[in-house]
Write a protein that binds this ligand. Structure first.
Ligand code: SF4
Length: 351
């Protein structure tokens, strides 16, 4: 059986830039005021494996609390994983100490969701964008003030902002412009890989498309690789090459974007896809929405067997007993469902 972290398919000859193998991030639950002891763990990410190829965008979708952001932070080692291995190129990030990781930081950056909280209101735009160069300058080369100023102006221009606004403060910009400042800061060290953690969800709808198009344009021009975390399926469909669907800390399905949206194999993905509006009034009128019942279980007490079985319309006895393997059902199309390969995928029937 092929290794889920090494998918095969048309595109697999592309170089793999990021490799995630068996990633787990569990947060301990502690009890006791003075002598604290661990009484459990929140399994935010539980045994996740995937690759990201150089120059592609891997979209990650799922409900709030499914572990999307924790996965992104764990890949960048902003939160150290509880188990598993993460590689950037041929470097195993999980085996490195802080000094070695610091040397690799310029190659991997993050763009945060909240463009207000992630910018220091006391710093000018120039200082914000130059800060990574100041911090990492000694390990690359000591940059002159003029060189840094030129680089900041170049980055502002690259993200569609006026280079003459270098001395302004972040509160003088709109939400979309502030996110562009965040993007410029992330680009300042010429990274190869960027984790975009819901970078558009706090923006007005009219601005979202502009920022997504900026991401695509920068990728084309600079050869960037993205892990794009979002809950807006239409945006993920627009920007991603492949898409991973997460539920309760696990990947339920991972496939090429078009294949996943056209013919999802996993019942959870089918439910999510049924919520995507269709830009054709006739088809949209006939769109059947599959509504999931019940609450998402707590990641501190995930259900036995398939974690989705408490809400799955297709669940059978085996589902509450046995955890389905995350496996390759079709070339380069992975799913974790006992019945995903039955007749080309489990199908939720019309009521
Ligand atoms: Fe549903 Fe069972 Fe498949 Fe889980 S394994 S998604 S519960 S049919």
């Amino acid at each position: 059986m092929p290794d889920p972290a090494t998918p095969c398919g048309a595109d697999n000859r592309k170089e793999i830039l990021v490799r995630v193998k068996g990633l787990k991030k569990h947060f301990p639950i502690l009890r006791g005021l003075i002598w604290q002891r661990q009484v459990g763990a929140v399994k935010a990410v539980d045994d996740v494996s995937f690759d990201i190829r150089r120059g592609e965008t891997l979209g990650v979708v799922g409900e709030s609390g499914c572990g999307k952001s924790t996965t992104g932070r764990a890949i960048l080692q902003l939160q150290r994983p509880s188990a598993g291995k993460i590689f950037l190129g041929d470097q195993e990030l999980t085996a490195l100490g802080e000094p070695e990781l610091r040397k690799l930081r310029p190659r991997m950056q993050m763009i945060f969701q909240d463009s207000y909280d992630s910018l220091n209101p006391r710093q000018s735009v120039g200082q914000i964008i130059a800060e990574p160069m100041v911090i990492h300058g000694d390990q690359n080369r000591t940059l002159s003030r003029q060189h840094m100023r030129n680089r900041v102006a170049e980055l502002l221009d690259l993200v569609g902002l006026n280079p003459n606004h270098i001395s302004r403060f972040s509160h003088e910009f709109s939400g979309g412009q502030r996110q562009r400042i965040n993007i410029a800061r992330a680009l300042s060290l010429n990274p190869e890989f960027i984790v975009c953690d819901e970078p558009i969800s706090a923006l007005d709808v009219s601005i979202q498309a502009q920022v997504v198009n900026l991401f695509k344009d920068l990728q084309r021009r600079l050869g960037l690789t993205y892990l794009f975390i979002a809950h807006d399926l239409s945006m993920v469909q627009h920007i991603s090459d492949r898409v991973a669907v997460m539920y309760l800390g696990r990947i339920m399905e991972l496939a090429d974007r078009d294949e996943l949206f056209d013919a999802p194999l996993h019942p959870y993905t089918q439910c999510l896809m049924s919520a995507v509006p269709i830009p054709d009034p006739k088809k949209e009128r006939n769109r059947r929405r599959i509504t999931l019942t019940g609450e998402v279980p707590s990641p501190a007490h995930p259900p036995r067997g398939c974690v989705f079985h408490t809400r799955c319309p297709l669940a059978e006895d085996i589902c509450s007993d046995k955890t389905p393997a995350y496996r390759e059902i079709l070339p380069d199309h992975f799913a974790a469902c006992h019945f995903a390969d039955d007749k080309g995928g489990s199908r939720i029937q019309e009521p």
